[in-house]
Ligand binder design. Sequence first.
Ligand code: NDP
Ligand code: OXD
Length: 322
Amino acid sequence: MIDASAAPLPAKRPVLLFACFGVNQELWLRWLRHHGPDIEIRVWPQIGLASEIDYVLAWEVPDGFWAQFGALKAIFSLGAGVERLLLDKDIPVGVEIVRMEDPSLEPAMAEYVLLHVLHHHRDMGRYAADQRQRLWRPAASPLASERTVGILGLGRLGRACAELLVTLGFDVRGWSRTANPMSGVTAFVGPGELDDFLSRCEVLVCTLALTPQTRGILDLALFRRLPKGALLINVGRGGHLNEPDLTTALDEGCLAGAVLDVLSAEPPPQDHPFWSDPRIAITPHISAPTRPQTAAQTVIAKIDRIERSAPVSGVVNRSQGY
Ligand code: NDP
Ligand code: OXD
């Protein structure tokens, strides 16, 4: 993707500050240094002279963190979702925020979603329960082509899920803010087409970005618009889901179950009702982890392009919120 017209690298070594907590720092640094031997990497809180720092790779920084930097060239998000960075009122205006585009994310997410779609599609929960009761109750199962899976958000991750499901023959539909035509996928756009989209989703997968417009979108009113007995798979953000409404929707039967890889509090408190609800499967935000091996390479490649005044992909549109 190097732009042929891009300028040669300037003489000063770019300085990248690694400011990520709760990740395997040693592994990250190893891969950043491996892919960027010409980049000076500093590690928070040993930042040296703040005015020398050109780039920050960040994830959940402490309060007041951004105040110290002078002229950053870009801020890299360790995650694909950037809502936390955007919520930080101190994040410098006028500096581009670049989201994570780790190529490992798409196949991992598609695999996770497929696993749960197939589990529901072939009624494996019921057969597992039957086995525990020594029951032998075979039932016909629909073909994949007779099962509709709807994907809220047809971005990088949603599209990867849709592609895999289409390959297996599922009837796939997707909903997004702007038109995202995709071969084999029925596309719906914007709030005006949401009801139509939902009306046939027997499995609803959320891969939306979390923005003020999508916060709380998974609520009772939405669940009631799905075919009865649908499955919800939320791999977007906990903030997309109204958690008490999920329990009501399960009690009402408009949902048969839910798979949640993301929750409003991670981990949820010990007394959270979802821990013990047999209709809900929760996993600890593992559907598509950022892998330092591949992610570090994308960050370094983008720094190289910015240094050469070439455009980079994944720049966040702050007013859209993703
Ligand atoms: P993208 O930015 O590529 O896609 C976001 C999608 O959300 C786009 O299709 C976008 O529509 C859609 N969208 C945003 N706002 C609206 C709206 N108001 N109405 C309808 N659609 C909307 O992001 P990714 O696919 O890379 O990631 C999606 C999310 O997945 C991340 O933001 C993050 O929260 C989550 N995530 C979760 C992980 C996990 O392990 N559980 C790992 C990585 C990410 P349009 O196409 O029209 O712009
Ligand atoms: C991300 C995540 O946003 O891991 O990348 O959730």
